[in-house]
Design a protein around this ligand. Structure first.
Ligand SMILES: C[S@@+](CC[C@H](N)C(=O)[O-])C[C@H]1O[C@@H](n2cnc3c(N)ncnc32)[C@H](O)[C@@H]1O
Length: 220
């Protein structure tokens, strides 16, 4: 195998501790935005997004008739619902055509209740577009507020979502490989890798997992 030449990677601190934002697009956002861009037709009608509504606006555009932002506590601009996905009363039942839940379930300890709340808040036939981290640094911002609890795999996601959604209404995919994962941990930006280096999928190096979950139109 020969000796490894570590070059600028022989260091104990990351190249960029802010996920690569100072260098360009964080690598997890490359996958998140590709995923949402592939499902724009799901982002329509009444759409609930967590924290802010930037993806609802960017990917839903004129298809969205009402954009609702759920935030856990502190008042922020554009927030229309305050509360927790772990308190089912926070989200009115059967009232949204789409949920955009990007990079959120890892900061919620009781993820099983959160997924049940997503299901109950969807109208029949509504779709949740969800992303969760696999191999990732911890978000210090989230950790110091509500906590950062979990990293996921396709297997844990499958168990979590099939407890609520029928399996044939779920699409679960992992993204990333060892190079993308190392680069992401160092905060190297997506623009610094080649498209084929980002797009290669190694299921043993799951950087991020994307989930499209549809509530059945008719419940059995
Ligand atoms: C890392 S942000 C993710 C959302 C953001 N739109 C994104 O794409 O990065 C984590 C969000 O989780 C929300 N959050 C934390 N605990 C929550 C809970 N129990 N229920 C709902 N949202 C929660 C916070 O309000 C915060 O906006």
């Amino acid at each position: 195998m020969g000796m490894v030449r570590f070059g600028s990677l022989r260091r104990l601190k990351p190249i960029s501790p802010d996920w690569g934002m100072e260098r360009g697009q964080p690598i997890d956002r490359y996958y998140i935005e590709l995923f949402l861009a592939g499902h724009t037709s799901d982002i329509q009608g009444r759409v609930l997004e967590i924290g802010d509504n930037s993806y609802t606006r960017r990917f839903g555009r004129a298809r969205v008739t009402e954009s609702v932002v759920l935030h856990v506590a502190e008042q922020k601009e554009h927030v229309t619902l305050i509360g927790s996905l772990t308190e089912p009363d926070t989200v009115p039942a059967e009232s949204f055509d789409c949920f955009v839940v990007t990079q959120t379930l890892q900061v919620i300890y009781d993820v099983q209740t959160a997924v049940r709340t997503i299901y109950s808040g969807l109208k029949p036939g509504g779709v949740a577009l969800v992303t969760v981290p696999g191999i990732s640094q911890i978000s210090r911002y989230d950790m110091d507020r509500w906590g950062h609890y979990w990293s996921f795999t396709t297997r844990s996601v499958e168990n979590l979502f099939t407890a609520v959604f029928p399996r044939d209404h779920l699409q679960i995919e992992s993204h990333g490989n060892v190079l993308a994962a190392i680069s992401f941990l160092h905060g190297i930006a997506s623009e610094e890798l080649r498209p084929e280096e980002l797009d290669a999928v190694d299921p043993d190096y799951q950087l991020i997992i994307t989930i499209r979950a549809m509530r059945p139109k008719v419940e059995l």
